[in-house]
Write a protein that binds this ligand. Structure first.
Ligand SMILES: C[S@@+](CC[C@H](N)C(=O)[O-])C[C@H]1O[C@@H](n2cnc3c(N)ncnc32)[C@H](O)[C@@H]1O
Length: 302
Protein backbone atom coordinates (compact mmCIF):
# COMPACT_ATOMS: atom_id res chain seq x y z
CA UNK A 1 0.00 0.00 0.00
CA UNK A 2 2.72 2.41 1.03
CA UNK A 3 4.63 1.52 -2.04
CA UNK A 4 1.72 2.23 -4.34
CA UNK A 5 1.21 5.64 -2.70
CA UNK A 6 4.89 6.37 -3.19
CA UNK A 7 4.72 5.22 -6.80
CA UNK A 8 1.68 7.39 -7.51
CA UNK A 9 3.47 10.38 -6.07
CA UNK A 10 6.53 9.65 -8.13
CA UNK A 11 4.44 9.46 -11.30
CA UNK A 12 2.82 12.79 -10.46
CA UNK A 13 6.22 14.31 -9.85
CA UNK A 14 7.37 13.01 -13.23
CA UNK A 15 4.38 14.60 -14.95
CA UNK A 16 4.93 17.88 -13.14
CA UNK A 17 8.61 17.84 -14.07
CA UNK A 18 7.79 17.01 -17.71
CA UNK A 19 5.29 19.85 -17.83
CA UNK A 20 8.04 22.16 -16.60
CA UNK A 21 5.95 23.32 -13.64
CA UNK A 22 8.14 24.66 -10.86
CA UNK A 23 6.97 23.46 -7.46
CA UNK A 24 7.13 26.05 -4.69
CA UNK A 25 10.27 25.86 -2.58
CA UNK A 26 9.02 23.77 0.34
CA UNK A 27 11.13 25.22 3.17
CA UNK A 28 8.15 24.93 5.53
CA UNK A 29 5.44 23.98 3.09
CA UNK A 30 2.40 21.82 3.87
CA UNK A 31 3.33 19.71 0.81
CA UNK A 32 6.68 18.90 2.34
CA UNK A 33 5.11 18.20 5.75
CA UNK A 34 2.80 15.62 4.17
CA UNK A 35 5.69 13.98 2.31
CA UNK A 36 7.88 14.02 5.42
CA UNK A 37 5.15 12.31 7.40
CA UNK A 38 4.69 9.68 4.63
CA UNK A 39 8.44 9.13 4.69
CA UNK A 40 8.31 8.57 8.45
CA UNK A 41 5.63 5.91 7.88
CA UNK A 42 8.01 4.14 5.51
CA UNK A 43 10.86 4.29 8.05
CA UNK A 44 8.67 2.84 10.76
CA UNK A 45 6.83 0.29 8.61
CA UNK A 46 6.95 -3.27 9.87
CA UNK A 47 6.01 -6.69 8.54
CA UNK A 48 3.64 -6.59 5.61
CA UNK A 49 3.35 -2.81 5.62
CA UNK A 50 7.07 -2.45 4.84
CA UNK A 51 7.33 -1.58 1.12
CA UNK A 52 9.19 -4.20 -0.88
CA UNK A 53 11.61 -1.54 -2.07
CA UNK A 54 12.60 -0.64 1.48
CA UNK A 55 15.51 -3.07 1.87
CA UNK A 56 16.95 -3.19 5.38
CA UNK A 57 19.09 -6.30 5.52
CA UNK A 58 22.02 -6.02 3.12
CA UNK A 59 25.08 -7.69 4.56
CA UNK A 60 28.76 -6.87 4.19
CA UNK A 61 29.09 -8.83 0.93
CA UNK A 62 26.24 -6.78 -0.60
CA UNK A 63 27.94 -3.58 0.57
CA UNK A 64 31.16 -4.65 -1.16
CA UNK A 65 29.20 -5.33 -4.36
CA UNK A 66 27.32 -2.03 -4.22
CA UNK A 67 30.12 0.33 -3.21
CA UNK A 68 33.22 1.48 -5.07
CA UNK A 69 36.14 -0.96 -5.42
CA UNK A 70 38.40 -0.07 -2.52
CA UNK A 71 35.65 -0.30 0.09
CA UNK A 72 36.49 -3.93 0.88
CA UNK A 73 40.16 -3.17 1.50
CA UNK A 74 39.20 -0.06 3.48
CA UNK A 75 37.25 -2.37 5.83
CA UNK A 76 40.02 -4.96 5.93
CA UNK A 77 42.62 -2.31 6.72
CA UNK A 78 40.75 -0.98 9.76
CA UNK A 79 42.76 -1.49 12.92
CA UNK A 80 41.55 -1.93 16.51
CA UNK A 81 41.76 1.80 17.25
CA UNK A 82 39.87 2.78 14.08
CA UNK A 83 36.16 3.56 13.88
CA UNK A 84 33.57 2.88 11.17
CA UNK A 85 30.15 4.53 10.91
CA UNK A 86 27.38 3.06 8.72
CA UNK A 87 24.73 5.70 8.03
CA UNK A 88 21.33 4.18 7.33
CA UNK A 89 22.25 0.73 8.54
CA UNK A 90 18.81 -0.88 8.58
CA UNK A 91 19.22 -4.06 10.64
CA UNK A 92 22.95 -3.46 10.83
CA UNK A 93 23.67 -6.70 8.97
CA UNK A 94 26.93 -5.36 7.46
CA UNK A 95 28.29 -4.79 10.94
CA UNK A 96 26.95 -8.05 12.29
CA UNK A 97 28.91 -9.73 9.47
CA UNK A 98 32.00 -7.64 10.21
CA UNK A 99 32.05 -8.59 13.88
CA UNK A 100 31.32 -12.28 13.37
CA UNK A 101 33.44 -13.83 14.63
CA UNK A 102 34.33 -11.01 17.02
CA UNK A 103 38.01 -11.80 16.76
CA UNK A 104 39.91 -14.02 14.40
CA UNK A 105 41.34 -16.80 16.50
CA UNK A 106 44.53 -18.72 15.75
CA UNK A 107 43.21 -22.20 16.55
CA UNK A 108 46.71 -23.58 17.16
CA UNK A 109 47.41 -21.24 20.06
CA UNK A 110 43.82 -20.08 20.82
CA UNK A 111 44.79 -16.42 20.85
CA UNK A 112 43.05 -13.62 19.01
CA UNK A 113 44.92 -12.71 15.82
CA UNK A 114 43.46 -9.30 15.27
CA UNK A 115 41.02 -7.09 17.12
CA UNK A 116 38.51 -5.32 14.97
CA UNK A 117 37.58 -1.66 14.65
CA UNK A 118 34.77 -0.08 16.64
CA UNK A 119 31.58 0.32 14.66
CA UNK A 120 28.49 2.49 14.91
CA UNK A 121 25.39 1.52 12.93
CA UNK A 122 22.90 4.38 12.53
CA UNK A 123 19.26 4.21 11.54
CA UNK A 124 16.24 6.45 12.02
CA UNK A 125 14.18 3.53 13.26
CA UNK A 126 15.40 0.72 15.48
CA UNK A 127 15.64 -2.36 13.25
CA UNK A 128 17.76 -4.51 15.52
CA UNK A 129 16.92 -8.20 15.57
CA UNK A 130 17.98 -11.18 17.67
CA UNK A 131 20.95 -11.58 15.29
CA UNK A 132 22.15 -8.12 16.27
CA UNK A 133 21.90 -8.78 20.01
CA UNK A 134 23.63 -12.15 19.61
CA UNK A 135 26.57 -10.62 17.71
CA UNK A 136 26.78 -7.62 20.06
CA UNK A 137 26.94 -9.94 23.08
CA UNK A 138 30.31 -11.23 21.80
CA UNK A 139 31.87 -7.75 21.49
CA UNK A 140 32.65 -5.07 24.09
CA UNK A 141 29.59 -2.75 24.07
CA UNK A 142 31.49 0.36 22.96
CA UNK A 143 32.92 -1.54 19.97
CA UNK A 144 29.60 -2.42 18.35
CA UNK A 145 26.98 0.28 18.79
CA UNK A 146 23.61 0.91 17.20
CA UNK A 147 22.17 4.43 17.38
CA UNK A 148 18.71 5.45 16.23
CA UNK A 149 15.73 7.77 16.64
CA UNK A 150 17.00 10.70 14.59
CA UNK A 151 18.78 11.51 11.33
CA UNK A 152 22.54 11.90 11.01
CA UNK A 153 22.44 15.69 11.17
CA UNK A 154 21.01 15.61 14.71
CA UNK A 155 23.78 13.46 16.20
CA UNK A 156 26.73 15.16 17.85
CA UNK A 157 30.23 13.80 17.59
CA UNK A 158 30.14 13.11 21.35
CA UNK A 159 27.00 11.01 21.02
CA UNK A 160 28.76 8.95 18.38
CA UNK A 161 31.91 8.55 20.46
CA UNK A 162 34.21 10.71 18.30
CA UNK A 163 35.36 10.71 14.71
CA UNK A 164 35.63 7.99 12.08
CA UNK A 165 38.21 6.64 9.64
CA UNK A 166 35.53 5.06 7.47
CA UNK A 167 31.91 6.05 6.80
CA UNK A 168 29.59 4.00 4.59
CA UNK A 169 26.06 4.55 3.32
CA UNK A 170 24.22 2.04 1.15
CA UNK A 171 20.91 3.60 0.12
CA UNK A 172 20.79 5.25 3.53
CA UNK A 173 20.86 8.91 4.54
CA UNK A 174 22.61 10.04 1.34
CA UNK A 175 19.66 8.77 -0.73
CA UNK A 176 16.97 9.75 1.80
CA UNK A 177 17.91 13.07 3.37
CA UNK A 178 15.95 16.22 2.58
CA UNK A 179 19.05 18.33 3.19
CA UNK A 180 22.01 17.04 1.19
CA UNK A 181 24.24 19.97 2.11
CA UNK A 182 23.80 19.48 5.87
CA UNK A 183 24.20 15.72 5.39
CA UNK A 184 27.59 16.09 3.66
CA UNK A 185 28.71 18.74 6.16
CA UNK A 186 28.02 16.30 8.98
CA UNK A 187 29.76 13.41 7.22
CA UNK A 188 32.87 15.54 6.78
CA UNK A 189 32.69 16.92 10.32
CA UNK A 190 32.66 13.36 11.69
CA UNK A 191 35.49 12.10 9.50
CA UNK A 192 39.23 12.33 10.21
CA UNK A 193 41.57 13.76 7.59
CA UNK A 194 42.35 10.91 5.16
CA UNK A 195 39.13 9.18 6.14
CA UNK A 196 36.80 8.07 3.35
CA UNK A 197 33.05 8.14 2.81
CA UNK A 198 31.70 5.44 0.48
CA UNK A 199 28.18 5.76 -0.84
CA UNK A 200 25.94 4.86 -3.75
CA UNK A 201 22.83 6.21 -5.45
CA UNK A 202 20.51 4.48 -7.87
CA UNK A 203 19.11 6.00 -11.07
CA UNK A 204 20.92 9.33 -11.16
CA UNK A 205 22.82 11.28 -13.81
CA UNK A 206 26.31 9.85 -14.33
CA UNK A 207 29.47 11.93 -14.11
CA UNK A 208 29.59 12.12 -17.93
CA UNK A 209 25.90 13.01 -18.06
CA UNK A 210 25.32 10.60 -20.96
CA UNK A 211 22.72 8.31 -19.35
CA UNK A 212 18.93 8.56 -19.19
CA UNK A 213 16.54 7.91 -16.29
CA UNK A 214 15.87 4.19 -15.96
CA UNK A 215 12.06 4.36 -15.94
CA UNK A 216 10.33 5.78 -19.03
CA UNK A 217 8.63 9.13 -18.40
CA UNK A 218 10.19 9.45 -14.96
CA UNK A 219 13.02 11.74 -13.98
CA UNK A 220 16.24 10.74 -12.22
CA UNK A 221 15.58 9.88 -8.56
CA UNK A 222 17.71 12.73 -7.28
CA UNK A 223 18.33 15.78 -9.41
CA UNK A 224 20.66 18.64 -8.68
CA UNK A 225 20.38 21.92 -10.57
CA UNK A 226 22.87 24.72 -10.67
CA UNK A 227 21.89 28.33 -10.04
CA UNK A 228 21.02 28.67 -13.73
CA UNK A 229 18.59 25.72 -13.37
CA UNK A 230 20.79 23.40 -15.42
CA UNK A 231 20.99 19.76 -14.28
CA UNK A 232 24.36 18.71 -12.95
CA UNK A 233 25.42 15.29 -11.69
CA UNK A 234 25.73 14.46 -7.99
CA UNK A 235 29.38 13.80 -8.81
CA UNK A 236 29.87 17.33 -10.17
CA UNK A 237 28.25 18.74 -7.03
CA UNK A 238 30.42 16.62 -4.70
CA UNK A 239 33.48 17.85 -6.59
CA UNK A 240 32.58 21.43 -5.63
CA UNK A 241 33.20 20.59 -1.95
CA UNK A 242 36.53 21.95 -0.79
CA UNK A 243 39.19 19.84 0.93
CA UNK A 244 37.98 16.54 -0.53
CA UNK A 245 39.02 14.18 -3.28
CA UNK A 246 36.03 12.65 -5.08
CA UNK A 247 35.90 9.55 -7.27
CA UNK A 248 32.67 8.57 -9.03
CA UNK A 249 31.95 5.39 -10.95
CA UNK A 250 28.94 3.83 -12.67
CA UNK A 251 28.41 0.17 -11.80
CA UNK A 252 26.84 -2.01 -14.44
CA UNK A 253 24.56 -4.96 -13.85
CA UNK A 254 22.24 -3.17 -11.42
CA UNK A 255 18.57 -2.46 -12.05
CA UNK A 256 18.10 0.47 -11.83
CA UNK A 257 21.74 1.36 -12.64
CA UNK A 258 23.82 2.75 -9.77
CA UNK A 259 26.49 5.39 -9.32
CA UNK A 260 29.07 4.88 -6.61
CA UNK A 261 31.01 7.64 -4.90
CA UNK A 262 34.09 7.85 -2.69
CA UNK A 263 34.78 11.13 -0.92
CA UNK A 264 38.15 11.32 0.84
CA UNK A 265 38.71 14.20 3.24
CA UNK A 266 42.12 15.72 2.57
CA UNK A 267 42.13 18.66 5.00
CA UNK A 268 39.96 20.16 7.70
CA UNK A 269 38.73 23.31 5.96
CA UNK A 270 35.84 21.63 4.19
CA UNK A 271 33.01 23.72 2.75
CA UNK A 272 29.95 22.14 1.17
CA UNK A 273 28.05 24.21 -1.43
CA UNK A 274 24.53 25.14 -0.39
CA UNK A 275 21.53 23.44 -1.99
CA UNK A 276 17.88 24.33 -1.61
CA UNK A 277 15.31 21.58 -1.46
CA UNK A 278 12.95 22.12 -4.39
CA UNK A 279 11.05 18.85 -4.23
CA UNK A 280 10.85 15.88 -1.87
CA UNK A 281 8.45 13.09 -2.66
CA UNK A 282 8.40 10.22 -0.20
CA UNK A 283 9.45 6.81 -1.47
CA UNK A 284 12.05 4.09 -1.35
CA UNK A 285 14.13 6.15 -1.87
CA UNK A 286 12.33 9.49 -2.13
CA UNK A 287 12.40 11.53 -5.28
CA UNK A 288 14.30 14.73 -4.70
CA UNK A 289 15.25 17.90 -6.53
CA UNK A 290 17.86 20.25 -5.07
CA UNK A 291 19.06 23.53 -6.53
CA UNK A 292 21.97 25.86 -5.88
CA UNK A 293 20.63 29.15 -4.59
CA UNK A 294 20.78 32.06 -7.02
CA UNK A 295 23.77 34.31 -6.28
CA UNK A 296 22.81 37.30 -4.11
CA UNK A 297 22.14 40.39 -6.22
CA UNK A 298 24.73 43.12 -5.74
CA UNK A 299 23.22 46.56 -5.44
CA UNK A 300 23.99 48.88 -8.31
CA UNK A 301 26.62 51.54 -7.70
CA UNK A 302 25.08 54.93 -6.94
C1 LIG B 1 16.60 1.33 2.69
S1 LIG B 1 17.29 1.24 4.30
C2 LIG B 1 18.96 0.70 3.92
C3 LIG B 1 19.51 -0.19 5.02
C4 LIG B 1 20.86 -0.83 4.76
N1 LIG B 1 21.88 0.13 4.40
C5 LIG B 1 20.74 -1.87 3.69
O1 LIG B 1 21.27 -1.63 2.59
O2 LIG B 1 20.14 -2.92 3.95
C6 LIG B 1 17.52 2.97 4.70
C7 LIG B 1 18.16 3.25 6.03
O3 LIG B 1 18.57 4.62 6.05
C8 LIG B 1 18.13 5.22 7.26
N2 LIG B 1 18.11 6.68 7.05
C9 LIG B 1 17.38 7.38 6.17
N3 LIG B 1 17.67 8.69 6.26
C10 LIG B 1 18.63 8.82 7.20
C11 LIG B 1 19.35 9.91 7.75
N4 LIG B 1 19.16 11.16 7.30
N5 LIG B 1 20.23 9.67 8.73
C12 LIG B 1 20.44 8.40 9.18
N6 LIG B 1 19.80 7.32 8.70
C13 LIG B 1 18.91 7.53 7.72
C14 LIG B 1 16.84 4.52 7.56
O4 LIG B 1 16.41 4.72 8.87
C15 LIG B 1 17.25 3.08 7.24
O5 LIG B 1 17.96 2.52 8.31
Amino acid sequence: MLQSIATTHRLLAGLIALAGIALPAPAASPVFDVEASRQQSIYHSRGETRPEGYVIDRGLAAYVLALMPGFESAVENLGPTDRWLDIGAGRGQAMIDYHSPAVEVDETVRTPLRRKASTVAMSIEDRRTEAWYRAAATVEPARMRYVFNKPLRDFTSDELGGSFQLISDVIGGFSYTDNLTRFMEKVLELMVVNGSFYTVHQDVMSELGNNKPHYPHEPFLTQIRDAGNKDISICAWLKQISCVEVVCQSKSGWVPPIQTFRVRKVCNETAVPALERIQYISGTPPQRIFRSPAPAKTSAAP
